[in-house]
Design a protein around this ligand. Structure first.
Ligand SMILES: *[C@@H]1O[C@H](CO)[C@@H](O)[C@H](O)[C@H]1NC(C)=O
Ligand SMILES: *[C@@H]1O[C@H](CO)[C@@H](O)[C@H](O)[C@H]1NC(C)=O
Length: 298
């Protein structure tokens, strides 16, 4: 074995080790994971009953399909090395993301499909490492009940967002406000609770320059009064119910206010009148006295 190693290498073991590591990494970078099929820079591991992401995905992969498996989590650190990845399909898995889960920081990722999983929350941290994202598909995550207000603050390029068929009852009016590239938003099949706190979001929807491909199916589930109405129609009703509508107590309050203002006004007017009389009366007298003095002097 010693004869095969060039003399210069024999004296510098660290260099030899470095060469071995490079060979190993290059091999790892080129090989296709055993169960998957690879073509160009696309790796397809779909429908292989995987419960773990394969460890030997080539580092130059641009497209990775992991759909229809049994994945529960994604290896955050390992996947962060896939920094050429632009397309990732993780649909039809068992992915759960808790409150503090941060999606692997894949810097060039533009397309992310997480549909048909078991996600429950989206926080400002979840997608904070994906600032090139254009399309995000979160549809058919029936356990997804909360998308926090600043959830997409790190994804300013988002154009297509699909959150249909989830368990959402509410999202805040600020959620999409700063996504100036947003073109298409799908929200059907969620049990929306159209109460006054939802008005701000409905209001944003109406004003935003965004297409809602299934606007007829985006309907309220609660309250009973608005059940089945589209969010667009609900906005008009909520506007009336929450901002214009007055209860009996409001009328009593307004009545009392009017009475107070009326009597307050009268009192002020009376005081002003009184003050004027008190102020001007002596002056007039002084003027008259002056006039008399002037006559006397003439
Ligand atoms: C990926 O592989 C699955 C199953 O082997 C196949 O049905 C599917 O068409 C492939 N997808 C692509 C984009 O090649
Ligand atoms: C998201 O995924 C669902 C299910 O695979 C699909 O029907 C839908 O068209 C996708 N949405 C977008 C915006 O691509």
């Amino acid at each position: 074995m010693g004869y095969l190693i060039p003399p210069s290498f024999r004296t510098s073991t660290p260099l030899w080790i470095a060469v071995l590591i490079v060979i190993k990494w290059t091999g790892k970078g080129l090989s296709c994971p055993s169960k998957c099929s690879c073509e160009q820079k696309a790796v397809n591991c779909s429908m292989k009953a995987l419960d773990k992401v394969p460890g030997s995905i080539p580092l130059t992969t641009r497209e990775l399909i992991l759909s229809d498996n049994k994945l529960v989590t994604l290896p955050v650190l390992e996947m962060s090395y896939l920094n050429e990845l632009v397309y990732l399909d993780c649909s039809h898995n068992l992915l759960e993301m808790g409150l503090d889960f941060t999606f692997p920081g894949i810097v060039k990722l533009t397309y992310l499909d997480l549909s048909f999983n078991k996600l429950s929350f989206v926080t400002p941290y979840t997608f904070s490492q994906l600032n090139k994202l254009l399309l995000l598909n979160l549809s058919s995550n029936p356990k997804l009940v909360e998308v926090k207000d600043k959830a997409f603050d790190s994804n300013p390029l988002l154009r297509f967002v699909d959150m249909s068929d989830c368990g959402l009852t509410y999202v805040g009016g600020e959620l999409f406000k700063d996504l100036h590239n947003l073109r298409s938003l799908r929200l059907k099949g969620n049990p929306w609770n159209c109460d006054c706190s939802f008005l701000e979001f409905c209001n944003w929807m109406k004003k935003a320059d965004v297409v809602y491909p299934d606007s007829e199916e985006m309907t309220c589930n609660k309250p009973e009064l608005l059940k089945g109405l589209t969010l667009n129609v609900a906005e008009t009703k909520l506007h009336y119910l929450c901002l214009v509508h007055l209860d009996f107590q409001d009328f009593v309050f307004l009545g009392l206010m009017a009475i107070c203002i009326f009597f307050g006004g009268t009192l002020v007017a009376w005081l002003v009148g009184l003050a004027t009389v008190i102020y001007y009366h002596p002056v007039m007298k002084v003027d008259e006295e002056l006039d008399e003095e002037e006559y006397r002097m003439i």
